[in-house]
Design a protein around this ligand. Structure first.
Ligand code: COA
Length: 720
């Protein structure tokens, strides 16, 4: 209860604090300086020159007037209220300044000062202290070690960056000061408008998730772009990002690697997951559009800000050159877009208005000697066609090309159409003036056709995501008690892995089918059990110390008679003793031979940021060599499970090739959902491989043949 109250209180402060950050009525610049080469001077000047209309108080105990403003010795010496303090004093003075801010009831502070966590333990200690002061004092803190922030709508430039962008619809979060400056520079040279610009610095208090939460409702921020190196709290990020992306696009460049998982990885899927799989999965599950480069980040931000989302994926291309048209066509195919097919009237209109050398099917080729008029005919015709959702206009500079007038043709057409239009006027000098016109009219232009296609594809991705219904989790009736008993036993023994039979018991309790199996503790028992289960059987060594049974000669398959069973038992135990001396041997598992099917793997690994990560792939070389594997953060919905299966390249093999019957895909969905429920109910399961999950023909189900489960030790903090 107390926690809930604290959480609500914190949330309310969040709103207050972030409002104070972006739209303060009064600002104190602490460390403001008259020396023009000092950051405290640059920040104050930026605030004044940016056109900020609220009150500004320079704070400096040894100055009377700075940049024409009366200077105060401390924040608390100012008489009127202050919403925001921008702090540019040396590190060891920051804590005292913050205490003064708290005393003055300042609601937000930007700490530009560096020398905190990023320099080592001593800085980390200082950072902890300033966070404590801020939290206890109800003040939200941006930074430390940041470049500051910009809000063009309140004309606030609280940074020491050289420029301020134009007002616009894009808001940007940067975890790197350098990239903050780079995007600012791009915004300036491309004359692209931004709403908010935030440098997170060490994100000791305000982090990317706080901003996403606040910007969900922020009318000024229509598009959010972010450069992130890590995410503070994976689960909270997913909840907040999913809410935001249902309303507006969130485009992210994520670099860097995450901290290693909570223990050394020994499972298959754990090794394959690497550090990036969780981020990729989380982004997919929350509608985040991930790009690889800053250029892409900027390009997509512009596309989303300038153009309406397309109604579908049918793209028309109009070009004056064959090559770029073919490149664009190829690019369409590789990102799942369709080339628009025109109605007869559209074709007729183009035939009437274009020379006979023109091609009137997508890509429409108005031919190299085309002037603006030919573009006008083609652009108008295709935009009127109900089978067209978007238009890409390509132009290469040729002798008769007029980039400016062609741009005007496109702009005119766009005024009478609500369809998505992107352009690629290729080249530099000869198209520059045309590109300028396009930009002014908010038509995104790209240097190359593939970039324009990528933008159109991302816009489709966003539309699909916004239309995708929100799906609930599916819960199965399971035998939770049975799993609790197994866990209790393992904990009592201080073990961090479950034995074969225990692991099988666990998945059976959650409704997965496993082959009939029993543990033989002696050779005679092995013969008796094999006879009871029915030949043929498989026989496998059972030892908590032997992970790779085949490697020690601990597996025999297709045992057909009591005599073979006897011989196999003696050989398996003998091999284990020889090749794994000292291993504790519990006996030999006698298993029903599994019906044939496709070998697949369902796995679980644990990611430090996002928690349980589910994996699915086809067994053998597909996973091992081709790394053809799909990941999702648990818990997953039926649709997530379905998408995981379709995502792998070898999906076609499951659908059945060359007269093969299709595999039971529904059984895989079921298996994934049950495993998802299992690890959600028992978070101490941090590693799991069902390898293979033998998937039989459609309608015949799937069998979990081998199951390995690893548990968190109490020290790892996953115990439920
Ligand atoms: N209250 C008010 N003013 C104070 C003060 C206090 N408690 N303590 C110092 N000042 C004043 C100083 O008198 C000085 O003003 P002056 O020029 O009139 O004498 C001003 O604040 C700055 O202090 P100074 O000691 O000159 O420091 P500095 O300007 O050389 O460096 C920082 C201060 C914050 C810029 C520096 O410590 C820093 O962190 N630089 C890195 C910033 C950075 O890169 N951030 C990350 C970007 S991504």
């Amino acid at each position: 209860m107390a926690n809930r109250v604290a959480a609500v209180a914190r949330k309310e402060k969040t709103k207050l604090g972030l409002e104070a950050l972006f739209a303060p009525d009064a600002i104190a610049v602490v460390g403001a300086s008259g020396a023009t080469d000092k950051l405290g001077h640059v920040v104050l000047r930026n605030i004044l020159e940016g056109g900020y209309r609220g009150k500004v108080y320079p704070i400096n105990p040894s100055a009377d007037v700075i940049l024409g403003l009366r200077c105060y010795p401390s924040v608390s010496a100012v008489r009127g209220p202050i919403d925001l303090a921008v702090i540019v004093v040396p590190r060891d003075a920051v804590a005292v300044v913050l205490q003064d801010c708290v005393k003055k009831r300042v609601k937000a502070a930007v700490v530009i000062t560096a020398g905190f966590r990023e320099i080592g333990p001593e800085g980390a200690k200082a950072e902890k202290e300033i966070v404590r002061i801020a939290r206890e004092g109800g003040l939200r803190l941006l930074g430390p070690n940041c470049l500051g922030h910009i809000d063009t709508h309140s004309h606030l430039n609280a940074t020491f960056a050289a420029r301020m962008p134009l007002a616009g619809d894009i808001s940007f979060i940067s975890q790197s000061g350098a990239l903050f400056s780079a995007i600012l520079d791009m915004a300036d040279s491309e004359r692209v408008g931004f709403a908010k610009f935030v440098s997170l610095g060490n994100k000791a208090d305000i982090d990317e998730i706080d901003l996403l939460e606040a910007w969900r409702e922020d009318e000024a921020s229509q598009v959010v772009i972010a450069y992130l190196e890590g995410i503070t709290d994976g689960h909270r990020f997913m909840r907040v990002a999913r809410d935001l992306t249902k309303r507006k696009p969130l485009v992210v460049v994520k670099s860097g690697v995450t901290a290693a998982g909570s223990r050394a990885v020994s499972s298959h899927t754990g090794t394959l997951a690497g550090s990036d799989a969780a981020y990729s999965a989380a982004f997919k599950q929350t509608g985040v559009i991930r790009v690889q480069t800053l250029d892409d980040l900027f390009d997509l931000g512009v596309a989303f800000a300038y153009q309406p989302l397309p109604r579908g994926r049918r793209l028309a291309i109009v070009t004056n050159a064959g090559g770029p048209g073919i490149m664009a066509t190829d690019a369409c195919g590789s990102v799942g877009l369709e080339l628009a097919r025109f109605q007869p009237e559209t074709i007729e209109d183009m035939r009437n208005g274009l020379p006979s050398t023109a091609s009137v099917y997508t890509p429409v080729d108005v031919v190299g000697d085309a002037g603006p008029e030919r573009y006008r005919v083609a652009v108008k015709a295709v935009l009127n066609d109900p089978g067209v959702d978007g238009l890409l206009v390509l132009l290469t500079p040729q002798r008769l090309t007029d980039a400016v007038r062609t741009a005007e043709v496109v702009i005119d057409a766009s005024r009478n159409s609500d369809k998505t239009i992107v352009t690629s006027f290729m080249g530099t000098l000869s198209v520059q003036a045309g590109v300028e016109r396009l930009r002014e009219a908010r038509i995104p232009n790209y240097s190359f056709p593939e970039e324009a296609i990528a933008a159109f594809a991302a816009m489709n991705q966003q539309r699909d995501w916004m239309l995708k219904p929100i799906e609930g989790l599916k819960t199965f009736h399971v035998d939770r008690r049975a799993v609790e008993r197994v866990m209790k036993r393992a904990r009592a023994d201080g073990r961090d892995t479950l034995g074969d039979i225990e692991a099988r018991e666990v998945v059976e309790a959650y409704g997965l089918h496993t082959p009939r199996s029993a543990l033989a503790r002696s050779t005679d028992e092995a013969v008796a059990l094999a006879t009871e289960i029915g030949f043929p059987v498989a026989m496998k060594i059972v030892s908590p110390d032997i992970l790779h049974k085949s490697d020690v000669g601990g597996v025999r398959l297709g045992i057909k008679s009591p005599e073979e069973a006897r011989a196999a038992d003696i050989a398996i135990v003998g091999n284990a003793r020889k090749y794994a001396p000292g291993a504790q041997i519990w006996g030999v598992a006698i298993q029903e031979m599994v019906r044939p099917g496709k070998e697949t793997i369902i796995g679980v690994s644990y990611d430090a940021q996002f928690g349980h990560l589910l994996a699915f792939g086809l067994g053998g070389i597909y996973v091992e060599v081709l790394k053809d594997i799909a990941f999702r953060v648990a818990p997953i919905t039926p649709k997530d499970a379905d998408e995981m299966i379709r995502e792998i390249r070898s999906y076609l093999l499951l659908k059945g090739v060359r007269r093969e019957k299709p595999s039971d895909i529904q059984a895989i969905v079921d298996g994934l959902l049950r495993v998802s429920q299992l690890v959600t109910d028992f978070p101490e399961i941090i590693e799991m491989d069902i390898n293979p999950l033998m998937v039989h023909e459609e309608g015949q189900g799937a069998t979990a043949v081998d199951v390995r489960i690893g548990l968190a030790t109490p020290a790892q903090g996953q115990g439920s």
